[in-house]
Design a protein around this ligand. Sequence first.
Ligand code: SF4
Ligand code: MG
Length: 319
Amino acid sequence: SSPLLEVKDLKKYFPISKGLLGRKKSYVKAVDGVSFTINKGETLGLVGESGCGKSTTGRMLMKLIDSTEGQILFEGKEITNLNDDQIRDTRKDFQMVFQDPFASLNPRLTVREIIEEPLIIHNYDKSKRAQRIAELLDVVGLNAYHADRYPHEFSGGQRQRIGIARALAVNPKLIIADEPVSALDVSIQSQILNLLKDLQEEFGLTYLFIAHDLSVVEHISDRVGVMYLGRIVELADKKSLYSEPLHPYTKALLSAVPVPNPRLKRERIILKGDIPSPSNPPTGCTFHTRCPFAIDKCKSEAPKLTEMKEGHYVSCHLY
Ligand code: SF4
Ligand code: MG
C-alpha cells in the first residue's frame, strides 16, 4: 500500500537581505532537501535541536507556509502547489497540535467555542456540533463541566488536552504534533504521550511527532528521523536507531539521554561549539565543525543519505 504521506526533497529557503550593498541574494536554508514517508497508522518522530528545520517542515506540510522546492504527496496525490480552494478538503485531514497550548488557544473563547471552531469551518451541522464536542471532551479525558470554562482556568496538561480535542474535531488522518509536551511538567508529559498513543489506536491516526529530544519520541514513535541544519542525517525504525545509532550526531544526542540502568550508560559524546547559522552552513558535511570523528573528506564532500541496512538510512562518510 502507498504511504499516507510522502515528502520528496522538500526545501524552504528564506531570503535575507544583506544590506544596501548586498547585490547577491542570500538565503537561510531552513529546510534543505528533506525526504520521508509516513505510513497509515504510524508515528514518525522528527528530532533535532532548535533551528534544525523540524518545525518549518511541519509548517510546510500544514500549508502554513509555502515550500521553496520539493513535493508533498498525500494518499498518492500531489498537494504541494494546490491553492486554498483546491486544498480545502485535504486540509481537514491534516491537523496540528502545538507546543504551547496556552499560546495556541484563544483566551477569549470557552473550551466549547475553541473546539467548535474547526467544526464550523468544515461545515458540521449545528445540531451535530454539541454532541461532537461532548464526545471529544470525553475522549481526551475532560468532561461537559469543562466546556464553558476558559483556557486560563486549566492546567498545562488540561490545556493540551483541549488542543488535542480541537485537532481531533474534524476526524483528521494525520496529526502533526510540534513539541506537544515540551512545555509541560515531566510528570504530565507521559500522561499526554499515553493519551496520544491511545487516540492513535482508537481512531487509526497517523502522527508526525516533532521533538528536540530523543527520549520524548522513543515511546511514541515507530520510526525516527534525526535532523541537523535543515537535513535528515539519520532515519531508521525505532529499535535500530536507539540500539545501533550510526550517525555521530545521533550518537551524541543519545549519549545525553539518561538511562535507568547505569550499566547501559552510553559513553557521553560532547559536541564542540554551537549549531552553525543556516544562512552560512559549513561546507561538505555540515556537521563537520562539531563532529568528533570528522576526516579530511568531510570538509569538502557532502555525504548522501544512504540505506545501510533495511530501512536504516544515514548520511556520513564513515559508512
Ligand atoms: Fe562526522 Fe564526517 Fe560523518 Fe559528517 S561525514 S558526521 S563530519 S564523520
Ligand atoms: Mg520549533
